[in-house]
Each structure stands twice: as C-alpha cells, then as structure tokens.
Design a protein around this ligand. Sequence first.
Ligand code: CNA
Length: 357
Amino acid sequence: MSLLITSSRSVLRQVKSYSVFQCPAIHEGNLSSVLRTLYRQSSTFCVGLPCCRSSCWSWQCDLQSSRHIGLWSSHQNTPTLKTVTDVAKFIKERATNVLVMVGAGISTPSGIPDFRTPGTGLYDNLQKYNLPYPEAIFDIHFFMMDPRPFFALAQDLYPGVNYKPNVVHHFLRLLYEEEKLQMVYTQNIDGLERLAGIPDTKLMEAHGTFATASCTLCGKMHNSNKVKQAIIEGDIPMCEATNCKGKVKPDIVFFGENLPPSFWDYHQHIHFTDLLLIIGTSLEVYPFAGIADAVGTQTPRVLINLNAVGSLGRRTTDVILTGDLEESVHSLVRELGWEEKLKALEKVYESKQINEE
Ligand code: CNA
C-alpha cells in the first residue's frame, strides 16, 4: 500500500501530476501523529514533509525494514522562535521529533572536563600523560605505540564508576518519556546518557562506547565486564584469541577510525525532525558536526552552549541560548512546566543507585 500524508492542498495538487508517486490512498492530517500509526501499519508509504523547494524532493529507502519511504517536500509555516519561551511552546505544541546533538559540554556539570575550554578542558590538562600533542590520546596510531595514556583516561572515565548523569541527561530522558525525543546523537564516551536511561533505540553514540570492546588486531569481540575490570585495576586488556597478541580496546572511535555505520542513518532521521537541539558542543569535530547543517532550512535549530558555534545564527530559524548550559536547561524545563517531572526522574535515578549499591 502507498499513502501520501500531507496537510497541504498545494502538495496534493502537485502530487497528482507527479507520476513517480503512486498514491492510491491519500491521508490528510497532522504529519507526526499520522505517521507514527502508519509506520506500524503500512508496508510502503510516502509522506509530505515541511521543506521548501522541489530540488529537495528525494526518495529514501529505509534499509532496516526495507520499506520505501518517499519524501515529499512542501512549504509549511514554521514559526519564528526567539526566546526560551518560544522554544518551550514549540516543543509542547508542535514537536514530536526533537533531534538532539550533544558534546562534552553536557558532562562538565558531572565533573568531566570538556576538550577545549581553556584552563579546565582536557587538552589543557593532559601533561600528566606525557603526550606529544593533546589529540594523541584518541589517535589510533599513537595508541598502537603507547596505549597507557588512553587506558589511564579510560580508568577515570569508565561509565558508572566516578561520574553520574546531571540535569541535562535527565532532561533528555524526560524528552523521551514525554514522547518528544526523536534521537540523541552524542559525541560523548562517558556513557551518562545510557545511565540516565535513554534506551538504545533512541541513542547514537557516534564516537563509540565502553559498552562493548574488541581486539585492535584481530577484531574479536571481548566480554566488556572483563575488559572493564582489567582497566579499572590498571591493567591493559589483551586479546584471548589464539596467536593474537593484540590489545583490547573499548569500542571508542579514535581519530583515524570509522564511525558506527548506523551514524549515517541521520540522513533519514532529519527528514522527520521538527526541531534540532544542540547542547554543549563546539561543533568542531566532523562528520558529527555535519548533522547541524544537514537538517532542513525550515527546521528550527536551538543551540544551548557557552558561546555561538558552527553555522548557528546564520539561519532565520536559529535560536541561540548562550551562557551556562545547566541554567539554560533549567529555564527550558521551567518554561515547559516539567520541573516536577524532572525532579521525579532524578529521584528514581538516585534510588536505583542506592538499591544497586
Ligand atoms: P568540545 O570541543 O570540548 O566543546 C565543548 C563545548 O561545550 C564548548 O563550546 C564549551 O564552550 C561548551 N561548554 C562546556 N561547558 C559548558 C557549560 N557549563 N555551559 C555551557 N557550555 C559549556 O567538545 P565536543 O564534544 O564538541 O568535541 C567533540 C569531542 C570531545 C568528542 O570526540 C568527544 O569524544 C570528546 N570528549 C568527550 C568527553 C565525554 O565523553 N564527556 C569529554 C571530553 C572530550
């Protein structure tokens, strides 16, 4: 079955003369809500999306489910958002697919330094590791020669040992609970999004994870608990495969290594994104930073960061909330009227921790 879902009459007029789209059934209505139902029910469908020009029309194939999704572009009024109040109103009333990009900044309130903040950033504090240059700590060629600096950092950063999620992580979880979250794309390797309870299906750890580990020579997967134990005890985990003397590394993506293949699924997600939320990143690391520019020009982009970064500010649909990100997130939560819900989530997290100890 093929379906066209659109709320725009002009799209309907155009689509009838556009022969690629064979749409025996046409459904008008709110895109996001109809789409969710259809995604479960139909095998093939095409959708009307808020985009601007016919040059944006494209066909996409959903590889995971082999369902063909025709993407149809049309104009749709996007309100101009200026303040945190506007952003909250948009999330409450219009958004069901908030795409989130986060970086090291969101973990600074948990006590983990980011990379580049002068003075407190990791790059300014790596002297103890005797590195030839700061980025060497995540350089695969350097790691093969001397893995000790990385393992010393990993010992400190291991998820669930020294650090816990903060208000930003809990807010992301709340977006999920409120059925507003499309996906969190994180550059962080500290695992705090997982600890906050964001499920795998909603999380793309673009720069890898400590949750799995494999041999840097033969690629054999290793038991992540054993690897964790070794690293925490200050040992370097070695491959257990016969005749392999490779070092085992948590599946963190180093400079010079490929990102997980599913990272590239963002090309499909962005067609369904109502709002892009970017928190605590300098947007300097590619290809991750490319997501920010890939979203449609009509999609509001909201940056919560100490300062403006990347191309944010160049589009009329951009909102930039500078300053301390914890404060900005608190005021967004306040405007959303979610303060009590957030507190409840934090409490659940704390009591779970106590029970596990
Ligand atoms: P980055 O380049 O260090 O940028 C962080 C951004 O956050 C900067 O623009 C800061 O101004 C901003 N920021 C920091 N603290 C605050 C605050 N309290 N309020 C407002 N803004 C703040 O880090 P990116 O994530 O952009 O760089 C990508 C690297 C960093 C990825 O490869 C990560 O793996 C890597 N990294 C991760 C962690 C972690 O897992 N927690 C820590 C350090 C580095």
